[in-house]
Design a protein around this ligand. Structure first.
Ligand code: AAL
Length: 428
């Protein structure tokens, strides 16, 4: 019986080999005919190619399903955070990347707990010491821990607003973490006025501690220098995002430019890069800043011998993942759907000497529209994906992302009616 099976399998193997030889001949013939082959060629065929076919051979893999920097994203609601019934008075947003310390994940984030929901940045003049303008006004940096990355235990504030007129007296927001030579460094936005008043204007401050549980010591203000007047980052440095690359601290940051104070709808975003050997600075700006001209928040991660980034929402290259060999010159690796907003991935060994460059399988993100415009607040959420060299989960490599019809119908024409510059006017 065994012999029979093995004879049969030899026969099948032989047939298979013959078929594949025939196929190869067929391929070569097709290529020599100047026609793109049926079987995906490993090398760029020596035939005239369209621009799209040319580009196909510039990506790391020709099929997106084989691309280590492509993934779908799946979302899970976090447990353990209370939002006061969703009345808009409690908001949590812009989480830091989780880090694992002694078996516990730690995150830091913007927490606003105010007597009323924000009035909105168009009405920033109405903001008071108790009434917030935006969702991230009158906020502090809080932290939470978790054993599994889904159920969180909110411990309390990590860094709170200093007394006026110290930088950040109005609001602290959008933190991220660096571990450097055994110490913990939190970088965050420090506001001295309600955001929306003249812009979303703020520099970045830093605090440090010997333990992720604090206590935190103030380590400096305006650590990422503003550009000079007339330069793209003249008065805003947002979303500080530190990584260690080639042994040096690299902080990516964002500035919305071409916008405030008078042409808010013409805005553009740029991401800059500063580097230093000292977490408290001084930081030196990369001469090619902005190193990225798309993407709303900053999500950069060491990947193989370079740096990769998830680019969302803004710019011509929105909804892409990009890669750069030098951390400054990025090219598109692939396009993505349903990308996590303000993505903060958990990257194993991120701040270790070795091993922090193999990607990730989960992280935290936020949804800024958890409430209504009148009761505006954000929630944090977990996303899972396969952007890791150590994982191979075919389910994440599917290309179809199917939303229920309701999701599309929610994107109704309604939001276009009565747009000040729009053609569609609703019948009164
Ligand atoms: C976010 C971030 C920064 C901005 C605001 C809070 O999406 O880009 O943090 O200042 O919005």
């Amino acid at each position: 019986m065994i012999k029979l099976i093995s004879k049969a399998s030899y026969a099948i193997l032989a047939l298979g080999l013959m078929a594949s030889c025939a196929q190869q001949k067929h391929e070569q013939k097709e290529v020599s005919n100047g026609v793109f082959p049926f079987a995906m060629p490993d090398e760029k065929p020596n035939i005239p190619l369209s621009a799209s076919s040319e580009r196909m051979f510039e990506y790391e893999t020709k099929r997106v399903q084989d691309n280590e920097l492509f993934s779908q994203f799946k979302y899970t609601r976090l447990q353990g955070f209370d939002y006061n019934g969703g009345d808009g008075t409690v908001s949590r947003r812009d989480p830091s990347r989780p880090i694992l310390v002694d078996g516990k994940y730690y995150i830091w984030y913007t927490k606003r707990h105010t007597i009323v929901p924000p009035v909105g940045w168009d009405r920033a003049k109405e903001a008071t010491d108790e009434i917030p303008s935006t969702d991230w006004d009158l906020a502090d940096i809080w932290y939470a821990t978790s054993a599994d990355g889904t159920t969180w235990n909110e411990i309390g504030p990590a860094v709170t607003r200093p007394a006026k007129p110290k930088s950040g007296w109005r609001s602290l927001a959008t933190p991220d973490i660096l571990v450097w030579q055994g110490k913990y460094y939190l970088y965050y936005q420090a506001f001295d006025e309600p955001s929306g008043l003249r812009g979303d204007l703020c520099p970045v401050s830093v605090s440090y501690a010997n333990s992720p549980d604090g206590p935190w010591t103030h380590g400096g203000d305006a650590v990422i220098p503003f550009g000079k007047e007339g330069e793209w980052d003249q008065n805003a440095t947002h979303d500080p995002h530190p990584i260690i690359f080639n042994g040096k601290i690299h902080i990516y940051y964002k500035a919305a430019y071409n916008k405030w104070p008078d042409k808010r709808d013409k805005y553009a975003v740029g991401h800059g890069l500063v580097t230093s050997d000292n977490p408290l600075g001084p930081f030196e700006k990369h001469p090619l800043n902005p190193v990225m001209q798309s993407g709303h928040e900053t999500t950069y991660f060491p990947f193989r011998d370079g740096v990769a980034t998830i680019v969302i929402k803004d710019g011509n290259e929105r909804e892409t993942i990009q890669f750069s060999e030098d951390g400054a010159n990025f090219n598109i690796a692939c396009c993505i759907s349903f990308a996590p907003t303000a993505a903060a991935p958990y990257i194993p060994n991120l701040f270790e000497k070795e091993g922090g460059n193999r990607g990730f399988t989960w992280g935290l993100s936020h949804f800024v529209n958890a409430g209504t415009p009148e009761k505006c607040y954000s929630i944090m959420a977990r996303f899972d994906c396969d952007l890791s060299l150590d994982s191979n989960e075919p389910g994440f490599k599917k290309t179809g992302v199917w939303h229920r019809p309701e999701v599309y119908f929610e994107q109704s024409m309604e939001s276009l009616y009565n747009h000040p510059e729009g053609r569609y006017k609703k019948d009164k």
